[in-house]
Design a protein around this ligand. Structure first.
Ligand code: ZN
Length: 479
């Protein structure tokens, strides 16, 4: 089948200074649902995720553990990859910014392009540097003299660095975001970034002294004393992974990105720095920046100091990946924070998955087995009421997917599931002579399995297999 156009989707790349945890899962799941949905529409999808490894933090963390920085980043990058595999994240490529063959040529090329446009210059600079942010902070950003995020006092540092002429792009950035040429969703985030742009953009430093970085990171082309600033380097992953700087054909095939997913804490980097760098290098801009909320645990942000970090592998090993995907997708709008508690997870699992979906599949496949009904390739309905209800759900799901309201799409699917459950109660298909009804029920279950595919890929496959083999099995043993 010929592909119906390309679709390029990216997640942010995670820091590897600590293992990924539940807080990193939402973004990957959202991106995966979109990627699977687009593939099902026949698009040639390229789905990118990966790890951001050139931060100085990694050198410090490795030193503390008494291992080499490379060993340290390998451990956490491999762990991230393992978690995403277990969570059925269907990424096409996993980029690591320490990969000299894949990533570095793109970063060097982008740097040289920006330099050619006259947007990179050297300047002596004194500023307040937060090691954790890996960024210079302004006096006005500090709260009681400390970094508002890390609650640590920044160091006063004086060095000669390269700067990027961000101020030059202020008007243009304001225009393209206002006009949705670079569409920032949801609207609140668009307004937030527009007001930040209007408050004035200053040039920013895009290199660090090699000595202070202890040689870790990508060297500035033509200057051995400087390392490229980790954000300039990291943002480039979205094009280097495609081949920018080494495989122009593949790069041109997939770029620009159709959607880039990010958390609200890195909005500024993706809607100001990133598009400015691309404008400078005369590269097309991504189409959509999708800014999702955070996962909290019992109302609190996950953090080491609070001791409330959840390892997603524990949940996946106990209950499978689909229940975790389902919970995070169904619990609320992806643009808001999603609060995880084990009680809420259990409720969703037992009620929505075990009672409603699991029970429906069990009832229908058991009837199928009893009557030994073989399925045909084409799905048909005798009772037009069911078919009508199905079409209504499909329309709703399509609309909700286009608006990225995944929780509402799942609402619509679950409303169909409970419709079919009560249809069974009313029509009593277990009585004699009701084979036609059972056939319709098998058809609707096959359709439900297909609609569920982007959200619950394993469950979708299991249901279809049970129908094919006429073998009912419990999908979700109760917690
Ligand atoms: Zn900080």
């Amino acid at each position: 089948m010929p592909k119906r156009g390309k679709f390029y989707i990216t997640t942010a790349i995670d820091y590897v200074n600590a293992p990924v945890h539940l807080g990193h899962c939402l973004e990957k799941i959202l991106a995966d649902v979109i990627a699977r949905y687009q593939r099902n529409l026949g698009k040639d999808v390229f789905f990118l995720t990966g790890t951001d490894e050139n931060a100085q933090k990694n050198v410090l963390a490795a030193e503390k553990r008494g291992i080499l920085p490379k060993e340290f980043v390998d451990q956490n990058a491999n762990f991230a990859k393992l978690v995403w595999k277990k969570l059925d994240i269907s990424f096409d490529y996993f980029i690591r910014t320490t990969n000299k063959k894949i990533h570095w040529p793109g970063v060097k090329k982008l740097w040289l392009k920006c330099q050619k446009s006259g947007d990179i210059y050297k300047k002596k600079y004194t500023g307040l540097y937060c090691k954790e942010c890996e960024a210079f902070l302004k006096e006005k950003d500090l709260k009681k003299g400390v970094c508002p995020i890390h609650l640590k006092k920044p160091q006063r540092i004086s060095e000669e660095n390269y700067f990027f002429r961000l101020s030059k792009y202020q008007k243009e950035l304001e225009k393209i975001i206002t006009q949705d040429k670079l569409k920032v969703i949801p609207k609140e985030r668009k307004n937030e970034i527009l007001s930040l742009i209007r408050s004035g953009l200053e040039d920013f430093s895009i290199s660090r002294s090699k000595k202070r970085m202890r040689g870790w990171g990508i060297p500035v082309p033509g200057d051995k004393t400087q390392i490229i600033y980790v954000w300039f380097d990291a943002l480039t992953n979205y094009i280097s992974a495609l081949g920018y700087g080494r495989d122009e054909k593949k790069f041109k095939k997939y770029w620009p990105a159709d959607i880039q997913l990010i958390g609200k804490d890195i909005l500024r980097f993706h809607t100001i720095y990133w598009p400015a760098m691309l404008l400078s290098a005369k590269i097309e801009l991504p189409k959509v920046i999708f800014v999702h909320g955070f996962i909290t645990v019992e109302g609190k942000k996950m953090s080491k100091s609070l001791g409330n970090i959840i390892n997603p592998l524990d949940l996946i090993e106990k209950h499978g990946s689909d229940p975790l995907r389902y919970f995070l997708l169904r619990e609320g709008s992806p643009f808001e924070d999603i609060d995880f508690t084990f009680e809420k997870f259990k409720r969703r699992y037992n009620f929505d998955l075990a009672n409603e979906l699991g029970n429906l599949a069990m009832r229908i496949v058991s009837l199928q087995k009893k009557l030994k009904i073989q399925i045909k390739k084409k799905i048909t309905f005798k009772d037009k009421r069911i078919e009508k209800r199905l079409l209504k759900t499909k329309r709703e799901v399509k609309k909700k997917m286009e608006d990225f309201k995944f929780n509402e799409a799942l609402n619509a699917i679950w409303s169909l599931i409970s419709f079919v459950n009560s249809y069974i109660d009313k029509t009593r298909p277990w009585e004699k002579g009701k084979e036609k009804i059972v056939k319709d029920l098998i058809s609707i279950l096959r359709e439900i399995a297909q609609i569920l595919n982007p959200f619950l890929p394993q469950t979708s496959q299991k249901i279809l297999k049970q129908i094919k083999l006429q073998k009912p099995e419990i999908l979700f043993p109760k917690i």
